[in-house]
Each structure stands twice: as structure tokens, then as C-alpha cells.
Design a binder for this molecule. Structure first.
Ligand SMILES: *Cc1c(COP(=O)(O)O)cnc(C)c1O
Length: 387
């Protein structure tokens, strides 16, 4: 089976991890701050806080921006559930903004309209979480304009987008938002096994996130609320978590980071090649690179049942899987998940997202995908669609 995504592990990665395993520090050692510094430098952010997943990063980002009970958070329905769950962890309520069908990113027009309606009834969100779907940058300048007009904070869910850029900056630089979150899960652009990072330029937000990832504990003598009782002394100031990344993971990430540009280049090349070899097939492709340069985490196509002699998405999915092609679907709209229906969400509420989902099929895309395998995928897709 050709998977839809796959990590690449080199002997340099293995050596980097082995060096940590032979060292004194498996966790809370020097590799974590070194990885944080490397990502921060690369993205042009002042602070980077490494954690054990992007889900944890989203959670502490929300908390550091003050999200709590009574607050509202909005995100895109075409994302992984973690983009919404972070608000619920904080006791806030979640709502969604429909997508732009051309990119599957949050529609700026839909956001503006929803903000105007919300303002009229005094129900504005505290935080909006745009998702750079498939690695393709959202229109962050426009979203920032709305954040100033309506007074909300912005967390960029860039789980798909490390290595991508906006028109005027690098994703992760937080030029148009408060916090940017990366994921290092093996299907993403670079991996640490499990892992994530939250980047920001505000030192108070960064300090809050550092506190929250480590039980709410500080050892900084400057911050103590009571007199030190000795060299062992530390204080817990808030209710935090154990969201730490290990040095084993950070060493892998640091080694992977060296290949980030090459990976994005390769992904862009493979996506352009898909555009060409699929151009005669009745599939819809998304627009890319409209507001910057995509990291091309995914290559989704839209399979239109009618144009394809009635061979709808489910049928095409099944045919490709039986041909050994590990197609996938990104994503089931979050608001249609049973858990979210429990909050009153349901079908018909975000029609562009729902229409996108009905046709969505993710083709394999990862740096190690051979052109010959890509041709085989296009061939099988043609067979499945046209018989
Ligand atoms: C993968 C993913 C996450 C969660 O990442 P983890 O590191 O697995 O917690 C969040 N948002 C999006 C859009 C993702 O694709």
C-alpha cells in the first residue's frame, strides 16, 4: 500500500537520536532549547515553546491568551478535531466559520459576516483559529485586519504548514497573529514522533506557555511569590500540565529541520506534477500559493460523482484502496462529529465545508514518493473514475 503520507528517517536522524540516548539528558536537557531556538530563528519568531503535540500547543496557546469559561473560539470546520477541542479544554464554547471552496481555508468573507452578526448581539469570539489547510497559507493580512477591527486574538493552526511562507513573512513568524502552532506527527512535514511547538513574539504569552507545559511550576527566583526555602525550592503558580517534549524527540526534530526546505521543494514539485498528470481527469483541485507559498502537506482532489459517470467519492476511495493506494479523506467536518452535534451543530450549518467533504479525497504525497508511483496513482484514479 502506498501511504498518503510517510516520514523519512535518515542515518543522520538516527545518529542524532542515538547521541541523546547516550547522553545524560533524555528530557529537560539541551536538545529541547536548541530545537526551539532553531525553529524560532528559521521562522523569525522571538519565542518558541516545544511541547509533546500540536494539540497541547493549541491548548496552552488558548490558555495563555486568556481563553476560559464564557469565551468563544472560532475555527474552520475542515480541520482535525484538535483545532476545536483546545477551546473546549479551556471551558470556552466553540463555533465554526465556513470555508472558501477554492482553497478549503477559512473564508475571510464568511468570517467578516459572522463577526458583524456576532457584534450586533455582543457575542464576538475571543480567539479565532485559522488553519493553513494542506499547508496552504490563509489570507492572514485580511484576518489580522478583522482581528483589529473586532478585537479578537489569532492562533494560526499551522500543523500542516511548517516550511511555508506568507507574502511578507515566514509561517511561524506570527507577523499577523498572536501564536502559531506546528505539529511534528510523522505524517506532517517534519517529525519528532509526537510533538508540537507554539511560537509567539510576546514574552508574557511565551512565559505563560512555558509555565503551563510544566505543571505550572517555576524555578525562576525572580518569579517567586514566597521566600526561597533552599536550593530545592520551586513554586506552582497555576494549574499546568506535563506537556514537555523529550530531548530524544527534539534531537530528531533538529536533524529533520535541516531538510525542511528540500522537503517543501519536493512537495511543491510533486503537487505541480499531480496538477499536470491529473489535468484530463474529472477531479477538482485546490488553488495553491494564493497568499504565500504552501508547504503542501496534502494533495486533496474533489471527486464529482456526476462528472465521473456516477463513480462518487466512496467508490473511487474503495477502488484506489484495493489498488494498493492509501488514499485518505481530510477532513470529516468537525461540526458533524457526534460529540459536536451534542452542542447543537448539525448538517447544513457550514454548507461549503460539507460540500467539500462529500467529494474530498487525499492522494499520497510525501518526499519519498517516486514519480513512477505518482504515475501509477494517476492511472488508478483514471481507472476508478472513468472505468
Ligand atoms: C495533526 C493536526 C493537529 C494535531 O497535531 P498533533 O501533533 O497530532 O497533536 C492539529 N491541527 C491540525 C490541522 C492537524 O492536522
Amino acid at each position: 500500500m502506498i501511504p498518503y503520507g510517510r516520514q523519512e528517517i535518515t542515518s543522520a536522524d538516527i545518529e542524532a537520536v542515538t547521541a541523546v540516548l547516550r547522553s545524560d539528558w533524555l528530557t529537560q536537557g539541551p536538545a529541547v532549547p536548541a530545537f526551539e531556538q532553531a525553529v524560532a530563528n528559521r521562522c523569525g519568531a522571538v519565542h518558541a515553546v516545544a511541547v509533546n503535540s500540536a494539540t497541547s500547543a493549541l491548548h496552552i496557546a488558548c490558555l495563555a491568551l486568556g481563553v476560559g469559561p464564557g469565551d468563544r473560539v472560532w475555527t474552520s470546520p475542515i480541520s482535525f478535531v484538535a483545532s476545536a477541542n483546545c477551546a473546549l479544554y479551556c471551558g470556552a464554547s466553540i463555533d465554526f466559520v465556513d470555508i472558501d471552496p477554492g482553497t478549503a481555508n477559512m473564508s475571510v468573507e464568511a468570517l467578516e459576516q459572522k463577526l458583524r452578526t456576532a457584534k450586533a448581539v455582543n457575542a464576538l469570539p475571543k480567539v479565532v483559529i485559522p488553519v493553513h489547510y494542506a499547508g496552504d497559507p490563509c489570507d492572514m493580512a485580511a484576518i489580522q485586519g478583522l482581528s483589529r477591527e473586532f478585537g479578537f486574538r489569532v492562533i494560526e493552526d499551522a500543523a500542516h504548514a511548517i516550511g511555508g511562507s506568507l507574502d511578507d513573512s515566514i509561517i511561524g513568524g506570527c507577523r499577523h497573529g498572536d501564536v502559531t502552532v506546528f505539529s511534528f506527527h510523522p505524517v506532517k512535514i517534519v517529525t519528532t514522533g509526537e510533538g508540537g511547538m507554539a511560537l509567539c513574539n510576546d514574552s508574557q504569552v511565551a512565559a505563560r506557555m512555558r509555565l503551563l507545559r510544566n505543571h505550572g511550576i517555576t524555578r525562576d527566583s525572580q518569579e517567586m511569590q514566597r521566600r526561597s526555602e533552599g536550593p530545592w525550592y520551586y513554586e506552582q503558580h497555576v494549574l499546568g500540565y506535563n506537556y514537555r517534549m523529550t530531548d530524544i524527540q527534539a534531537a530528531l526534530g533538529l536533524s529533520q529541520l535541516e531538510r525542511l526546505d528540500a522537503y517543501v521543494e519536493r512537495r511543491q514539485g510533486l503537487a505541480n506534477r499531480y496538477d499536470e498528470i491529473l489535468s484530463d481527469l474529472p477531479v477538482r483541485t485546490l488553488r495553491r500559493n494564493l497568499h504565500g507559498r504552501s508547504a503542501v502537506h496534502l494533495y486533496p482532489v474533489g471527486v464529482d460523482g456526476d462528472a465521473a459517470n456516477g463513480a462518487g467519492r466512496s467508490e473511487v476511495f474503495a477502488k484506489l484502496r484495493s489498488a494498493g493506494i492509501g488514499v485518505n479523506v481530510h477532513y470529516i467536518p468537525i461540526h458533524l462529529q457526534p460529540y459536536f452535534r451534542g452542542f447543537g451543530f448539525g448538517a447544513g450549518m457550514f454548507p461549503a465545508a460539507e460540500a467539500f467533504y462529500r467529494e474530498a479525497l487525499t492522494l499520497p504525497l510525501f518526499p519519498g514518493l517516486a514519480e513512477s508511483a505518482q504515475d501509477q496513482i494517476a492511472e488508478a484514479l483514471g481507472q476508478a473514475l472513468l472505468g
